[in-house]
Design a protein around this ligand. Sequence first.
Ligand code: 5GP
Length: 261
Amino acid sequence: MKKGKKLYEGKAKIIYTTQDKDLVIQYFKDDATAFNNQKKSTIEGKGVLNNRISEHILSNLSQIGIKNHLVKRLNMREQVIKLVEIIPIEFIVRNVASGSLTKRLGIEDGTVLKEPLIEYCLKDDKLGDPLIAEDHIYAFEWATKKEIDKVKKMILRINDFMIGMFRGVGINLIDFKLEFGRVKTNGKNEIILADEISPDTCRLWDSKTDKKLDKDRFRKDLGGLIPAYTEVAKRLGILHEQSNISAVNVTKLSSVKKKNR
Ligand code: 5GP
């Protein structure tokens, strides 16, 4: 698959065209941002781990019938995905209160929610991805009621599956962010899961110790982001137990792969 021109560059990923108009290449960067771009850094190896973890989760979701944009992983940092028209909404799913929910409503961090809570944010960096009501989506025609009903059903299945998958490896799925897009399949529009699912987009706490194994390590200056993401990958069986991926190792692996291309 030949990489064409840059189509879009986001905070953590770059999208390139390919010779197939329906497919693009998604490149995972090492850049980390938080608090609406006010905090920025580069963490060597983060993109490699997110590429692998997201591939693992999206392939598993495919197997339970959740259609998504992943076609295949190409190499350490890139995957071929379907080109979709992204719905400009970030769908936040919460099982345990943390992050912005605790600040906004004064709910204690770690409060277990009786039912999964779905929140909607408008995908707009300039506005700081503001929280919106479901009716805003229809008022401004960001998506139809039929599309959101479909998305909600998919979200609940994805959440059930991911809770179980992480519970099996001693991790509590606290919350996560999903994005969806429209594609035309055989002339018919459908909604599929897009973007990535990784420790950048989820809150993951160790079940025994509550240790944070996600991007909060960067947001809260806790350090040890690469060991935490590596731990998630190891527990999911993506990396072998004995492999000790440090930032240096990951970078070396990336450059070896690049030279071989
Ligand atoms: P919160 O609203 O508490 O900041 O985030 C809730 C969940 O959604 C967290 O798991 C967080 O990682 C994820 N999330 C929300 N917005 C974004 C975003 O713009 N980028 C990323 N990477 N994750 C997000």
